[in-house]
Ligand binder design. Structure first.
Ligand code: GDP
Ligand code: MG
Length: 445
């Protein structure tokens, strides 16, 4: 999806005049791409109409940057699709657990969606913010479910409750919640089962557990990789257990979560967190702008900056540069070498503007090789070249030949590195010197 939309955007950037025809063909491309990524047909046509309405080319005063205007409108409309906060001040954002009062959070979702994993992540999230959190395993259906939760909870040092002998999930849920309430826990998270012989059975069970534990918030866990199924699945759960929030899992890797847009629209329920890995710390607050940036393959400077800060790496120079709106080849090299130390490439690649296209769908191993070659190229540059903005290569092209020879690569690959650096520099210039976006407040302690 990102690639197609990017192509459409690139067409737009290349053409000098933005007229009705260019706009129409671009919108058509974007709509096709959205449809292919499993976004509901009705939604797509609404989006298209909204954009057309907002961009009245004839009315624009001369001097207005039309290209910018179109890009921004597309971006904003897509953000509005996933940001259902504006529709009504809904329950999810209103939910704020309080210390000294027991709140119950119930998880629902199909087997394999990532409930047990996300439960633990959320428990840890709250625990780190000073809440006393307990986990209850009400999945008595799957063998080993309690052991899995126990293992996760132990790793996160979160107290847990479950039973090896009780087979009634409602009874376990009620007992666990009662126990933690009597011990004055602030937040009690109830994990449930996902698989049944028949779905009606599962939904009936959710209703019963819900009646027994009276959740202050119900969260549906949705797998970002399921595509088209996201809409019907979330609708079905909405009917049986009126959840007020969604956690979208498996947003690491290649899933861009296009299907989740339909789920949000169909249930009018916001995504509050995204799961970005199997580790207990891989949980991030959902922000529409970051989500859409990733969907469009525009990269996510802020996410990257946060991540780098979080990893506590020695990034002082680069950070200073980014704040000033500068991005040299050396900055690119430092970023990349850190990224290679950080772990899953697929996860990081999506955060670097332009990098996801560069890596394409070649897989982890091939991406790794390409990254390494890019590093060889930069390692063959002189100090002066590294500290430059790359223009030095344009004015003296023989430098490229020298670097290619020195690194055992080709001039084309050197050009790719330079183009990557230019993309970053452009993005950095846009965000440089500006204050970071206000953090989202939903579900925050
Ligand atoms: P449940 O059946 O809904 O409880 O799902 P689990 O929590 O057991 O997760 C199913 C699988 O998905 C496990 O292998 C998890 O490690 C994996 N998983 C869950 N969340 C994520 C995520 O955000 N990213 C990745 N890559 N894997 C995840
Ligand atoms: Mg589970």
């Amino acid at each position: 999806l990102g690639r197609r939309i990017n192509a459409a955007m690139a067409d737009l950037t290349r053409s000098n005049v933005v007229d009705e025809k260019v706009l129409d063909s671009m919108l058509k491309e974007i709509c096709m791409a959205l449809l292919e990524s499993d976004v509901n047909v009705k939604l797509v046509s609404t989006l298209r109409a909204n954009i057309k309405k907002k961009i009245n080319l004839k009315d624009q005063a001369p001097g207005v940057n039309r290209r910018r205007l179109v890009q921004k409108t597309v971006f904003d409309e897509l953000c509005a699709l996933v940001d259902c906060q504006s529709e009504d001040g809904d329950s999810a954002s209103a939910f704020k657990p309080k210390k000294g009062r027991s709140s119950v959070i119930m998880f629902v979702g199909l087997q394999g969606a990532g409930k047990t994993t996300s439960c633990t992540k959320l428990a840890l999230w709250y625990q780190r913010r000073g809440f006393k959190v307990g986990l209850v395993c009400a999945d008595t259906f799957r063998a080993g479910a309690f052991d899995q939760l126990k293992q996760n909870a132990t790793k996160a040092k979160v107290p847990y409750y479950g039973s090896y002998t009780e087979t009634d999930p409602v009874a376990v849920a009620a007992a666990g919640v009662a126990r933690f309430k009597s011990e004055k826990f602030d937040i009690i998270i109830v994990d449930t089962s996902g698989r049944h012989r028949q779905e009606e059975e599962l939904f009936a069970e959710m209703v019963q557990i819900s009646k027994a534990v009276k959740p202050d918030q119900t969260i549906m866990v949705l797998d970002a990789t399921i595509g088209q199924a996201a809409e019907s699945q979330s609708k079905a759960f909405k009917e049986s257990s009126d959840f007020g929030a969604i956690i979208l899992t498996k947003m690491d890797g290649h899933a861009k979560g296009g299907g989740a847009i339909s789920a949000v629209a169909a249930t009018r329920t916001p995504i509050v967190f995204i799961g970005t890995g199997e580790h207990i710390h891989d949980l991030e607050p959902f922000t529409p702008t970051q989500f859409i940036s990733k969907l469009l393959g525009m990269g996510d400077i802020k996410g990257l900056v946060d991540h780098v800060k979080h990893m506590n790496l020695d990034q002082k120079e680069t950070m200073k540069h980014i704040e000033q709106g500068i991005f040299t080849i050396r900055d690119l090299r430092d970023q990349m070498s850190n990224i290679m130390k950080m772990g899953p490439l697929s996860k990081m690649a999506g955060m670097i503007p332009g990098m996801s296209q560069l890596m394409g769908e070649v897989g982890e191993e091939e991406s790794g090789k390409r990254l390494k070659r890019m590093m060889y190229i930069m390692d063959s540059m002189t100090e002066k070249e590294l500290d430059s903005d790359g223009k030095i290569f344009v004015s003296e092209p023989t430098r490229m030949t020298r670097v290619a020879k020195g690194s055992g690569t080709s001039v084309r690959e050197v050009e790719e590195v330079l183009s990557q650096q230019r993309t970053m520099a452009r993005m950095v210039k846009q965000v440089g010197g500006k204050k970071p976006r206000p953090k989202m407040k939903r579900l925050r302690a």
